[in-house]
Structure formats: C-alpha cells, structure tokens
Design a protein around this ligand. Structure first.
Ligand SMILES: C[S@@+](CC[C@H](N)C(=O)[O-])C[C@H]1O[C@@H](n2cnc3c(N)ncnc32)[C@H](O)[C@@H]1O
Length: 204
C-alpha cells in the first residue's frame, strides 16, 4: 500500500478544499500559468478528461465565451459548467469530427491530453507514448482531411511517461509545431515519470 503521505499530499488536500475533483487540477493550472495555452474565450479539447478536474480548471480559464470539450473512456459523473461538453469514447476509435460537434466544426485553440494507460509497471511508458502518437496522428489526419482539430498556430499540452521513446516523441512534436518542450509541474509527484510536452505554433 502506498504510504499515507503519498495519498494525502498537500495538493490532494488543497483540491478537496478548493472543490476540485482531483489534485491534477493544479498541474493544468500551473501549466497554464507558465505557458498560457488557454485564454478567455478559447476553445479547448481535453483528451482523457475524467474525473473532470482539468475540465473545471479549463472552464474557469476560458470563461462563458469559451468552450471545453472532453472525452474519456469513463463518463464524467459531475456536471462541470455550461461551457463544458463531454463524450464517452476511446480516442483510438473516435473520429476527429465527433470532437468538433460542440464547436460548430471550428478547430480548437488548444488540445490538452492528460491521458494515461492503466499502469501495471510493464510497458507503461510505451503505452503512454502510443497515446501521445495517437493525439498527433489525429491532429495530422484531421488537418489533412480539411477539418482540423487544432487551428494553425494552436497549442498542445500532453502527458507522457518518460522513457526511451520520449526523445523521439519530443522530436516528432517539434516537427509539427514551432516549439515543443518538456515541462514537469510541481503538482506532479517527484517519484512519477510523468512529463508534459507543451508545444506552440501548430503548423497545420
Ligand atoms: C490521469 S486521468 C485524467 C485526469 C483528468 N485530467 C482530470 O484532471 O480529472 C487519465 C484518463 O485517461 C483516460 N484514458 C486512457 N486511455 C484512453 C483512451 N484510449 N481514450 C480516452 N481516454 C483514455 C482514462 O480513462 C483516465 O480517466
């Protein structure tokens, strides 16, 4: 069993106090404070959105003139806000058009992915990289089909568990955007190998 201090760290307690559905809220809050992916009025896509903490944070940032669309294998069980729409689905089987249904077909300003495989300790890194590759595949194929998920110049933040394929993933991302770098928020546990690749300037 994990030690108590890991289960009930300061971000866990803070999330309870602030009404966030998970401690992960502070990861997106910090990513956005530092990197400014989302703004008032932004359209944001949140891949792997359950239980819904990133939806809460993104909804607060984009405000009532923005929109946040989330998808996850699991349903989001809490009503978040009127500007948030969620779908239940597997990102490997979901076409880009389904994700654009709540934006009237308009591309997103930012794509967020906090997706993670079920961790078993065996192959987690490669499964995580595969999820990220799927995100990049969706961005490329939707742009090639003329109904892009991400607007030209748009931004991306996606979680990956570091490992041997990480440098190639950063390189692939950097080819598709004008800038791509790894970022580790303070709310990400020190022992965790999770990183976020944050990229700006989608080349479309
Ligand atoms: C760390 S949780 C996300 C937490 C969320 N950002 C929040 O703040 O509440 C990772 C999520 O990725 C989802 N996920 C994993 N594989 C997926 C897939 N193939 N398609 C859609 N969602 C997936 C999981 O169901 C899980 O809910």
């Amino acid at each position: 069993m994990p030690p108590r201090r890991v289960l009930h760290d300061k971000f866990f307690k803070q999330a309870k106090a602030d009404g966030y559905l998970a401690r992960s809220a502070y990861k997106l809050a910090e990513i956005n404070d530092r990197k400014r992916l989302l703004h008032k009025g932004s359209r944001a896509l949140d891949l792997g959105c359950a239980p819904g903490a990133w939806l809460q944070v993104a909804s607060e940032i984009v405000g009532p003139t923005g929109v946040v669309v989330g998808i996850d294998l699991k349903p989001v069980e809490h009503a978040i806000a009127p500007n948030v729409h969620t779908l239940v689905g597997d990102i490997y089987e979901t076409p880009a058009e389904s994700l654009l249904q709540h934006t009237g077909g308009h591309p997103f300003d930012a794509v967020l992915s906090d997706m993670a495989p079920n961790t078993t300790g065996h192959g987690d890194h490669f499964l995580s990289v595969r999820l990220c590759d799927r995100v990049l595949d969706l961005l490329e194929s939707s742009a090639a089909a003329g109904a892009p998920l991400l607007k030209p110049g748009g931004s991306l933040a996606m979680k990956v568990f570091e490992g041997e394929a990480y440098p190639d993933l950063v390189k692939r991302t950097a080819r598709l955007f004008t800038e791509a770098k790894g970022f580790k928020p303070k709310a990400s546990r020190d022992v965790s190998r999770e990183m976020y690749i944050v990229a700006f300037g989608w080349k479309g």
